[in-house]
Design a binder for this molecule. Structure first.
Ligand code: TPP
Ligand code: DXP
Ligand code: MG
Length: 627
């Protein structure tokens, strides 16, 4: 297709004058462009294919950026980026220095609010609506939220507030009957009921009749009110919250979308529009398998996703998934919990084999953690599989509901450290720092696949909360084995004996540390535990070396290196320490290997930092006699 129209769209103003026919042509061109573009960069495909028409309609009808659109999660904003002046930079998506995969206020004035963690859009849009009122500005705030994101408590906290605040805001529910995997829970069943059978047909027809033949706005508003009961299921929950509910309407039909939005634009108060779309729409392979195309890597659109050739390396996620099944087979008290991340957390097989002990609780991290606490109270052994970044949302639950009561919950923290293409919002840099300060909570940092499995078993054997953190992707390739053996509690190990400098490595940075140590002639310890720290090993290394270096893939402030400093101070040991880790700044998206290198956390970087601080090998620090 020759994208003649799309090439002329350098901003939403360019599509406001387009006819309905042209808008339809534009959506076909945009969808094709999107597919070609994402197939070359990788990224969130299915959700974006599903929001092409909705995005066009919103920018066509509303006066953006004066009117504010807040995209929930923001993984569906590629059409929005393409239409708001970033078409030519789509080839840089999610790469170092390139466009972010999520909305960013510093990227465009059309990105009104930074998102990536779900279910924040209604709160943010409400804030903007209230601010508009306070400033006497006549503009609209629109939150676009998916059916998956709608399941989170935060979304309902915002609805609860918005309804009584009476703000001029519109919530657009983009209901594609999918989260990353099939959606779960009562709300999903409720949406299905709203769409089902007679009601949907009647409502759709009524909506079309009312909304297509739009009379002048005030009259329309009055008639809409009169028709409201005919258009909606007798009082939807959204009306109970104080919203006026419209829909469901077909989110791929511009003939429904445009006039409906035009009418809502003229109405006041909290409005709720239920739009039905298909995830992956317009690309048959993604429609058939929206899960696989939720966030694919690069692929050939003509062929679709292919299995990687050769034997792929085992990922930490797979190590966890296999361990979970094996431990569940050995212990019937084990319960596996995921907040809507079945695939990403490696729980597909567990769900199939142990359906009664598998709980996808929806996008509800806070609930997931407290739910685990309740299970633990009754003698169950809950394992909460959660991305490091998403545990941030459940911090109070972790402290108040689990740690204070010292409940034996295992946290399998995937995506620890830098994650790469998703960038700062998804990086798991903070877990060591925010976990190790909580009494009763232990933090384990496996260095490779086998140790990950061993430390998961070790964590599981404890009678208090334990987090095991491991990164995205594969390790160095150490075969994890199939046993359920544990490792000594709180004990690190010396992996290389050297002299003068001892590198204390936490997690997978053990391997670059070993490589650097070869050049430096240094000792290397695999610390394994950020908490309880092996203080005896720290003291021994401090007494036998001139300097210590700590290495971790988390933030330096408050991290494992800080724990080492605290231990030295407590033991009255005075030895120079170089703390290596991630700096006090957000690390942007990009290739994770490159990012680690840029932050001095590969072998060459570690070596260079040690030499910079302590001099090259012979020059070192205290004379050996001082040991
Ligand atoms: C707090 C939080 N938990 C989990 C995720 C991971 N996540 C990203 S998209 C998504 C599914 C969202 O579903 P929905 O809102 O329906 O959008 P769709 O993918 O269907 O377009 C999930 C679970 C997240 N981004 N934020
Ligand atoms: C948008 C979102 O939060 C998820 O889709 C996330 O991008 C998944 O990350 P992984 O690819 O690491 O599972
Ligand atoms: Mg959805």
């Amino acid at each position: 297709m020759n994208p003649t129209l799309l090439q002329k769209i350098d901003g939403p103003a360019d599509l406001r004058g387009l006819s309905r026919l042209e808008l339809k042509q534009l959506s076909a061109e945009l969808r094709e462009f999107l597919l070609q573009s994402v197939s070359q960069t990788g990224g969130h495909l299915s959700s974006n294919l599903g929001t092409v028409e909705l995005t066009i309609a919103l920018h066509h009808v509303f006066n953006t950026p004066q009117d504010r659109i807040v995209w929930d999660v923001g993984h569906q904003t590629y059409p929005h980026k393409i239409l708001t002046g970033r078409r030519d930079r789509m080839s840089t998506l999610r790469q170092l220095g390139g466009l972010s995969g999520f909305p960013r206020r510093d990227e465009s004035e059309y990105d009104t609010f930074g998102t990536a963690h779900s279910s924040t859009s209604i709160s943010a849009a409400l804030g903007m609506a209230v601010a508009a009122k306070m400033k006497g500005e006549d503009r609209r705030s629109i939150a676009v939220i998916g059916d998956g994101a709608m399941t989170a408590g935060m979304a309902f906290e915002a609805l609860n507030n918005a309804g009584v605040a009476g703000a001029n805001m519109i919530v657009v529910l983009n209901d594609n009957d999918m989260s990353i995997s099939p959606p779960v829970g009562a709300l999903n069943r409720y949406f299905a009921r709203l769409m089902s059978g007679k009601f949907y047909a009647t409502a759709r027809d009524t909506a079309k009749n009312v909304l297509k033949n739009a009379p002048p706005l005030f009259e329309l508003a009055r008639r809409l009110e009169e028709h409201a009961k005919g258009m909606v299921v007798p009082c939807t929950i959204f009306e109970e919250f104080g919203f006026t509910y419209f829909g469901p309407i077909d989110g791929h039909d511009l003939d429904s979308l445009v006039p409906t939005l035009e009418n809502l634009r003229g109405m006041k108060g909290p409005l709720f529009l239920h739009v039905v779309t298909k995830k992956g729409y317009g690309y048959k392979l993604a429609e058939a398998d929206p899960i696989a195309y939720h966030g694919p890597g690069k692929f050939n659109p003509a062929e679709g996703l292919k299995k990687p050739s050769g034997v792929p390396k085992t990922t930490f996620t797979q190590v966890f998934g296999q361990w979970l099944c094996d431990m569940a087979a050995a212990d019937e008290r084990l319960v596996g919990i995921t907040p809507a991340m079945r695939e990403g957390s490696g729980m597909v097989e567990f769900e199939q084999r142990f359906p009664k002990r598998y709980h996808d609780v929806g996008i509800a991290e806070q609930h997931a953690v407290t739910f685990a606490g309740g299970l633990a109270c009754e003698g169950m052994k809950p394992v909460v599989a959660i991305y490091s970044t998403f545990l941030q949302r459940a911090y109070d639950q972790l402290v108040h509901d689990v740690a204070i009561q010292n409940l034996p919950v295992v946290f399998a923290l995937d995506r620890a450290g830098l994650v790469g293409a998703d960038g700062a919002t998804h990086a798991g840099n903070y877990d060591i720092a925010f976990l190790r300060c909580i009494p009763n909570v232990s933090v384990l940092t496996p260095a490779d696949e086998r140790e990950c499995r061993q430390l998961l078993s070790t964590a599981y054997a404890q009678n208090h909360p334990v987090a095991v953190r491991y990164p995205r992707g594969a390790g160095v390739g150490v075969v994890p084995g199939d046993g359920l053996e544990t490792l000594p509690w709180g004990k690190g190990e010396v992996r290389r004996r050297g002299e003068r400098v001892a590198i204390l490595a936490f997690g997978t940075l053990l391997y670059p540390a070993l490589e650097a140590a070869e050049k430096l002639g240094a000792t290397v310890a695999n610390m394994r535990y950020a908490k309880p720290l092996d203080a005896a090993l720290v003291a021994e290394l401090a007494r036998t070396h001139d300097a210590l270096v700590t290495v971790e893939d988390g933030c330096v402030m408050g991290g494992a290196g800080s724990a080492v400093l605290e231990a030295l101070q407590a033991a009255g040991l005075n030895v120079p320490v170089l703390v290596l880790g991630l700096p006090d700044q957000f690390i942007e998206h990009g290739d994770p290997v490159k990012l680690m290198s840029l932050n001095g956390l590969d072998a060459a970087g570690i070596e260079a930092s040690v030499i910079k601080r302590f001099g090259a090998k012979p020059a070192l620090l205290r004379p050996a006699a001082n040991h």
